[in-house]
Design a binder for this molecule. Structure first.
Ligand SMILES: Cc1ncc(COP(=O)(O)O)c(C=O)c1O
Length: 390
């Protein structure tokens, strides 16, 4: 019998290499930028962002897209999406200010964070934003006070299994509580408008959409029995991108979601929304960093790079495993990648297969377009990655 030997390191490294090559083959204009003088730098592809938006609209034509600004709030990204007619999901006065500055009218803006600062609600309502998510009676009280005639949509809790960045523990309620909240909102003079859920960010499990849409449909019909006529179903975010494994495609998710909507909503909601963040910008960015140090500690190989979890790679602390590529030949070994700061928590990845790096080498981080620069701080005095649109 012939034993098949799978070299896991080789498979992982080749996957990163293919991602790197595929990214560049579609973006030849990026080639002159690969060895920048100053690092770290995040190169973002505005054309790619537009394509992702158009792809989503193409596969889900009845669903209005509200880009979740938190994923990457760079003005250029907001500008191109605004020009394409996208809506926007915002959580703070600053995000809203950035969106309005691009000439977006407030009726293209929603706010889906179920717990919002009072001053933000006041500011948003004063600017004409009148659609807010809720998942508590307290939030209804807050809205009834300062956003009196606003439309509210309730956030349901749904499983986040199979999502690399789960969100459901913090927000969401069950169907019965959701109904009580909507009824309470009506009593308080607000307009019960719809329902939302979030399958978890970087969701690679179709089942979460299944449960989300089925639970929303249950709420929908029970609401009708109570005389609450909902109009809007918001499908949240969760569309994944390629990191160290192949992600579900927009086309496949859309096909599945369209089927679920037909099954569970025989008469379609008047309004359908989706609010992707990562799925629009995540794989449209590549971060270029440089190796600044190398060490052997016990039986571990370490390299250190000029950015870290405090300067843009915060998601490495949670469930996101980035793909790293280094342009060298040679035997692959596993490396722990340390961030630039003195903090021992600042470790970007472990067991990353790479050919032996040298100080000064460029290390490329794929799919770094979402939830990187928005988190970045100058901890320890180190710079946040500069953002460039080649
Ligand atoms: C309320 C809400 N909507 C949308 C998003 C965007 O999610 P994703 O980036 O997974 O598409 C998030 C992410 O945290 C969120 O909290």
């Amino acid at each position: 019998m012939v034993e098949e030997v799978v070299d896991r390191r080789r498979v992982q490294f080749e996957f990163a290499k293919r991602s790197f090559e595929a990214f560049l083959s579609e973006r030849e204009r990026f080639l002159p930028y690969l060895k920048p003088q100053v690092t770290p730098v995040l190169y973002m592809d505005l054309e790619g962002i537009k394509s992702r938006y158009i792809e989503l609209r193409y596969h889900l034509p009845q669903v209005k897209v509200y880009y979740a600004v938190k994923a990457n709030d760079h003005p250029e990204i907001i500008r191109v999406l605004a020009e394409l007619g996208s809506g926007f999901e915002v959580a703070s006065s600053e995000e809203l200010r950035r969106v309005l500055e691009m000439g977006v009218s407030p009726d293209r803006v929603i706010s889906s964070n179920p717990v919002k600062p009072m001053d933000f609600i006041e500011y948003a309502y004063s600017k004409g934003v009148d659609r807010f998510a809720v998942d508590s009676f307290t939030e209804v009280d807050k809205l009834a006070k300062v956003a009196k005639r606003s439309r509210v949509y309730v956030r349901l809790v749904v499983p986040n299994e199979g999502s690399d960045w789960p969100l459901s523990k913090k927000f969401g309620v069950d169907v019965n509580t959701a109904l009580d909240i909507l009824e309470y909102a009506r009593e308080k003079g607000l307009i019960p408008y719809g329902v939302t859920f979030h399958v978890g960010s970087q969701c690679n499990n179709y089942r979460n959409w299944f449960i989300g849409i089925r639970t929303a449909a249950e709420l929908w019909s029970k609401a009708k029995e109570r005389g609450l006529r909902l109009q809007m179903l918001n499908l949240g975010g969760g569309i994944p991108v390629r990191y160290t494994y192949e992600a579900l495609s927009v086309e496949d998710i859309a096909y599945y979601v369209r089927g679920l909507l037909q099954k569970f909503f025989p008469s379609m909601p008047h309004e359908l929304q989706i609010e992707p963040g990562r799925g629009i910008v995540g794989d449209q960015g590549i971060m270029v960093t440089r190796v600044i140090g190398k060490a052997r500690r016990g039986n571990e190989n370490w390299i250190y790079i000029d950015t870290g979890v405090f300067n843009g790679l915060a998601e490495a602390l949670g469930g996101i495993r980035y793909a790293f590529y280094l342009d060298r030949e040679g035997e692959l070994e596993e490396w722990t990648i340390g961030g630039v700061s003195c903090d021992s928590m600042d470790v970007v990845a472990r067991s990353v297969p790479l050919p032996e790096p040298e100080v000064g080498d460029y290390l490329y981080i794929l799919s770094a377009g979402a939830y990187t620069t928005v988190y970045a701080a100058n901890f320890n005095g180190f710079p946040v990655p500069q953002v460039v649109f080649p």
